[in-house]
Design a protein around this ligand. Structure first.
Ligand SMILES: [Zn+2]
Length: 70
């Protein structure tokens, strides 16, 4: 099973979950049990120290990221 990265919109906690593609919609924050989590793009070509990975469409300067939809 693949590992998906999530970020809790409630407490800001980031975590990884080893789950199936279907089950990833049922992920809850392990810290505050909130279901308001957002999946991060794990297909990050460059991983900087500290997890600096630009995701999202807004603010993306030189678009070199390969977005492969789910
Ligand atoms: Zn949380």
């Amino acid at each position: 099973m693949p590992i998906y990265d999530f970020k809790c919109e409630k407490c800001g906690h980031t975590f990884s979950v080893l789950t199936s593609y279907q089950e990833r919609d049922r992920v809850v924050c392990p810290q505050c049990r909130s279901k308001d989590v957002r999946q991060l793009i794990s297909a990050c070509a460059v991983r900087t120290k500290g997890g600096g990975c630009s995701t999202g469409s807004a603010g993306a300067g030189s678009g070199s990221g390969a977005w492969r939809g789910g």
